[in-house]
Design a binder for this molecule. Structure first.
Ligand code: FES
Length: 78
């Protein structure tokens, strides 16, 4: 099984626009659903798409305007 990688942009713009909360949500969600073996979670530097943020990268694909519902949707479809 391939492990999935989620990178949460921790640049100041994304951080202020919601990724601080999104990161906490992801940590909690992964733990509660026992997904530690399937998902690696990292922070990343600014990926230069601030105006579309908050952004996360999942297995190399960038997702914009992220919130908790979008995170759940993305993880469900992994
Ligand atoms: S801070 Fe996230 S893209 Fe710039």
């Amino acid at each position: 099984m391939t492990k999935h990688t989620i990178k949460v942009c921790m640049g100041s713009s994304c951080y202020a626009r919601g990724n601080e909360a999104n990161l906490s949500f992801l940590e909690k969600y992964i733990k509660e659903n026992n997904l530690d073996a399937e998902i690696d979670l990292y922070g990343s530097n600014c990926i230069a798409q601030c105006s579309d943020g908050p952004n996360i990268k999942v297995d190399g694909t960038t997702y914009h305007n992220i919130d908790e519902n979008k995170i759940k949707e993305i993880i469900k479809n992994l």
